[in-house]
Design a protein around this ligand. Structure first.
Ligand SMILES: O=C[C@H](O)[C@H](O)COP(=O)(O)O
Ligand SMILES: C=C(OP(=O)(O)O)C(=O)O
Ligand SMILES: [Mn+2]
Length: 398
């Protein structure tokens, strides 16, 4: 097993140059005439994170893999540009720290905090179009880096200039977070590395090649095909990488992903983020995956995302039920431990806002029992987030 920092980028290119590969879930701005210049400008802009911060996070995540620490990976589903406002950044950061502090208190272990922020601006979607109540059909919202949330044709048109705004808002967010460094560590940030036209120009060469867009970058459930650009691009980076694993994931898929993304069995490198949903997790759906990874001999950080496999539609709104979240967490801990892994990470979508997007049971139709509409997915409010952190602490039971 190699220590963090020991690996050079993998130069073997089993699928050829990633430039030649198809990338799923890209905006339809294709041959927009402004795109080449926007990419050039991004390539000239400063990286948002440094190689030494990336290496520090790898060292910390290696401690989570070994069981000496836990990881709390939390934040918004879709970070809007407006959330770069200083007061909103402060509110998010205060909530995340409070949750991490509680998890540390409960587990008696250090907690590494990674915030889904400073670049969580792009969303993969299930369908390309959205049908409004009045029958109007619009392109779906794909995150502020692509189009606007407002339900109008103008706002929903993909606009590549937004990539530059994404960089600017991320930079402002990181500047606001900078004074909150603790123990000499920056506040670590993550996002789904979805947009090729952003991530390619933000890829930087130092001692190692790295994503300059965030400390930890992850690949979503919809873009984790082995031959997809996302996986091949990520395989060449030094950053910690996450991959989401949905209910259709096979043990073969996971072994292939581990081989592609951590061929040298480095520590602090690869997070497998299980989001199978409560029912599949209760049925032991994770067992063959954890067992196959253990057999591969590669260190991984198992994270539980109890949000994305448990989205329901009710009265036309997306919502999530807290009992589903609790059940998935409990099954995750059991399955990972049963096969010799460490259930080290909890991955949540939370907001400091007093929203009602997740519920204890399906809400009725009375005026104040409904669900708030989030920018993308239903998030936990602060009290709910704390309760789920307590449940995770109960489940790991240390
Ligand atoms: O955050 C994750 C995805 O973007 C989201 O779950 C997709 O939601 P959709 O099914 O409404 O497109
Ligand atoms: C897109 C996301 O998740 P998934 O890929 O698991 O659906 C997300 O975490 O917001
Ligand atoms: Mn989401």
């Amino acid at each position: 097993m190699r220590s963090p920092g020991a690996g050079a980028p993998d130069t073997a290119e089993p699928y050829g140059n990633p430039r030649g590969l198809a990338a799923a879930q890209q905006p339809s701005w294709g041959d927009h005439p402004g795109l080449p210049e926007i990419r050039e400008r991004l390539a000239e802009l400063p990286a948002l994170v440094t190689p030494s911060e990336v290496s520090t996070l790898r060292e910390l995540l290696a401690r989570v893999e070994s069981g000496a620490a836990y990881l709390l990976h939390v934040g918004e589903c879709a970070e809007t540009f407006a959330m770069a406002d200083g007061a909103h950044v402060d509110a998010r950061s205060a909530l995340y720290r409070k949750l991490a502090g509680r998890l540390s208190e409960r587990t008696g272990r250090p907690v590494v905090l990674v915030a889904r922020m400073a670049g969580q601006h792009a969303k993969p979607r299930s369908r390309p179009l959205e049908c409004l109540a009045d029958g109007t059909v619009l392109p779906v919202y794909r995150g502020d880096a692509v189009n606007g949330l407002e339900a109008t044709a103008v706002a929903r048109a993909p606009e590549p200039c937004r990539l530059l705004t994404s960089h600017a808002r991320s930079q402002e967010t990181l500047a606001r977070l900078a004074p909150q460094r603790h123990d000499g560590h920056p506040v670590f940030v993550s996002h789904e590395a979805l947009l090729r036209d952003y991530e390619e120009p933000m890829t930087r060469e130092a001692d190692h090649r790295y994503a300059g867009s965030g400390h930890l970058v992850w690949i979503g459930e919809r873009t984790r095909k082995l031959t997809d650009w996302h996986v091949q691009w990520a395989s060449r980076l030094h950053n910690p990488i996450g991959v989401k694993l949905g209910p259709g994931t096979t043990d073969r898929d996971v072994v292939d992903l581990v081989r592609a993304l951590n061929p040298r069995h480095e520590t602090g490198r690869l997070s497998l983020i299980a989001r199978t949903g409560a029912a599949a997790a209760a049925a032991g759906g994770l067992d063959p995956l954890v067992s196959a990874v253990a057999g591969s001999g590669s260190p991984v950080l198992w994270q539980c995302d109890p949000m994305h496999g448990n989205t329901r539609t009710h009265n036309g709104e997306k919502l999530r039920l807290l009992p589903d979240l609790r059940a998935e967490i409990s099954s995750f801990v059991t399955s990972v431990r049963r096969h010799g892994g460490h259930p080290g990470g909890l991955h949540l979508e939370v907001t400091p806002e007093a929203v009602r997007e997740c519920h204890e049971s399906l809400p009725g139709r009375t005026p104040d029992s409904g669900t708030d509409a989030p920018p993308c997915d239903p998030r936990l409010n602060p009290a709910q987030a704390m309760e789920i952190v307590e449940h995770f602490a109960d489940a790991v039971g240390v």
